[in-house]
Design a protein around this ligand. Structure first.
Ligand code: ATP
Length: 303
């Protein structure tokens, strides 16, 4: 892909155990993303179709992106990521062309995951009055075509772009022994998308053969909040902090809020005394004055 849109990314490794709670969601994602990429033969043997697309939806800050990264880490496939902000940046040029190139690259580097972050900002719902030639409309139809497998082509331009990118260190491909027959295999490109606003995603994308699996990533309950605390205080020495109590008092806090709270509490301890060796309950209480819950009942009702 052109320079400026670094769509092949090195996945900051995330292990499944770095994600607190969400046990059922993790299992669904392993089944829909990780296993088909690592063991396509097993799916074939069982007569199970390989999904083309998986859509994760749910409130912000509850772990969608982290889950996709964990699946990519575990699958050890090429990971490409594209967001609306990248696609519609005034500096990158033609958005449809960028999307097409992302798919071409994903195919060339298959097996791969193409992650579409903030899917609603990439392809919103078509509105009645909008012109059929709006950029978003064209991007949507490009995405639908690509997902349907139209436009698979072995093309010299892609090979050249890839070569350039490899030389310049933009891409890494975890799988080295790809056979030529598999190299262009469209089924091994899995599109994984995430959105906070599933209601804004065009229905055409949700038809079978496109986003085959919809996975809801819910806000954490008390038990999940406790486990998220476990993840984010793992390396933090504490004294006398009742994480059970904190977790049960923190209705409305997301995983991202809990991560912030832990960071704030440690900073409070250091602000008090740079020589501090542990974080205490007061520091968490102080942090709670600034870190507020992101979730509200109204927000949760969206899902
Ligand atoms: P958005 O929709 O805003 O992109 P998201 O649902 O994709 O949010 P993430 O980006 O995955 O959320 O999470 C934000 C931060 O919160 C991450 O840095 C992650 O470490 C932390 N986090 C969220 N959920 C969890 C969890 N269940 N366990 C551990 N950390 C979590």
């Amino acid at each position: 892909l052109r320079k400026g849109v670094e769509c092949v990314v090195d996945v900051q490794p995330v292990r499944w155990e770095d994600i607190g709670g969400l046990e059922q969601v993790k299992m669904k994602i392993r089944q829909a993303v990780e296993w088909p990429l690592i063991h396509p033969g097993a799916y074939k043997r069982m007569g199970l179709p390989l999904a083309r697309g998986v859509l994760l939806y749910g409130p912000p800050g509850c772990g969608k992106t982290t889950l996709v990264r964990a699946a990519a880490t575990a699958s050890r496939v090429t990971f490409l990521s594209l967001s609306g902000a990248q696609l519609y940046s005034p500096f990158v040029g033609d958005s449809e062309q960028l999307l097409t190139e992302a798919f071409q690259k994903a195919r060339a580097l298959a097996p791969s995951i193409l992650f579409l972050d903030e899917l609603d900002s990439i392809v919103g719902r078509r509105s009645e009055g909008s012109s059929s030639h709006s950029v978003q409309e064209r991007v949507l139809s490009t995405l639908l075509n690509e997902m349907d497998g139209v436009g698979i082509r072995k093309d010299e331009k892609v090979d050249r772009l890839l070569e350039e990118d490899v030389q310049e260190g933009y891409c890494t491909n975890a799988v080295t022994d790809i056979k030529e027959s598999e190299f262009r295999d469209n089924t091994r490109v899995l599109v994984v998308a995430a959105t906070n606003r599933p209601d804004l995603v065009d229905e055409a994308l949700l038809r079978p053969g496109r986003m085959d699996h919809l996975v809801y990533v819910p806000p954490p309950d008390t038990e999940a909040r406790l486990q998220i605390f476990g993840v984010h205080t793992h390396k933090m020495p504490q004294r006398g902090v009742d994480l059970h109590q904190l977790a049960s008092d923190m209705e409305g806090y997301t995983g991202a809020d809990i991560e912030n709270l832990c960071r704030e509490a440690a900073l409070c301890a250091l602000t008090e005394n740079l020589q501090a060796v542990s974080v205490g309950p007061d520091h968490f209480q102080q942090a709670l004055r600034t870190v507020k819950p992101s979730l509200s009942k109204e927000l949760e009702q969206l899902y």
